[in-house]
Write a protein that binds this ligand. Sequence first.
Ligand code: FES
Length: 102
Amino acid sequence: MGAWIEVCAAGDIEQEDLIRWDYGSRSFAIYNTGKGYFATDGYCTHERQHLGDGLVIGPVIECPLHQGRFDIATGKALTPPVCEDLATYPVKVEGGVVFVRL
Ligand code: FES
């Protein structure tokens, strides 16, 4: 089980939006959806476009390059051209701060 790592203040991510978060040599996408906060790998599994500039549509992230879609909570690939799921990570919010377990 990995450690909880502080990401940002919860208010730093607008509702229905996401941010890019780089940690060490890795890069992630951190989401604030209507159902809470979530974290996935930052790069699309199709051609490694970063999802940080993507569009949050309810429970779904749409990749900015070819508009492939993933389920934010599960990382499941939903629409072509993406076919490989995204890795997801546990998130918690404590004291107004977002943490991700890596
Ligand atoms: S790089 Fe994301 S859908 Fe092609």
